[in-house]
Ligand binder design. Structure first.
Ligand code: 2BA
Length: 111
């Protein structure tokens, strides 16, 4: 049977709930601590290898356990002349619930 690997990037606060729910659903997972390139904040990447037929079940579990968050971030200050004043104007950013890549698995080997 064809196998898929789901690479799922989630908020750190959702990661343990998600791995627990995956375990309860009979799915193995691996959590890696990662950092988003834009916010440069910690997030978590969950790897889930599963049969192709179970991909939708896994997606449903991820959807139930990962929540969208609204964050306000300050853009980097511009280059300024001495004496100029920079008034930061926070920008709204929607993060998650989850960013997921579904990949084909060529081989699954376990020694
Ligand atoms: P970050 O790179 O820290 O991005 C956090 C959030 O900032 C993103 O949420 C998005 O709403 C916003 N954002 C990212 N790049 C932006 C930009 N150039 N301009 C304006 N806003 C931007 P999500 O899209 O939910 O992404 C959450 C995390 O998932 C990302 O954290 C990153 O770690 C990962 N991710 C998202 N898309 C990816 C991709 N195409 N490849 C690899 N990782 C990705």
């Amino acid at each position: 049977m064809a196998m898929k690997l789901l690479v799922s990037i989630v908020h750190s606060d959702d990661a343990d709930g998600l791995t627990g729910a995956l375990r309860d659903g009979g799915f193995s997972s691996t959590k890696i601590s990662t950092t988003g390139g834009f916010l440069r904040e910690g997030n978590a990447t969950i790897l889930i290898g599963t049969d192709e037929t179970d991909v939708q079940n896994v997606l449903d579990i991820i959807k139930r356990n990962c929540h969208t968050r609204t964050l306000y971030v300050n853009p980097l200050p511009p280059v300024m002349e001495p004496g100029e004043l920079y008034m930061p104007n926070p920008v709204e950013v929607q993060v998650g619930g989850a960013v997921i890549f579904v990949l084909d698995v060529e081989r699954h080997i376990k020694f």
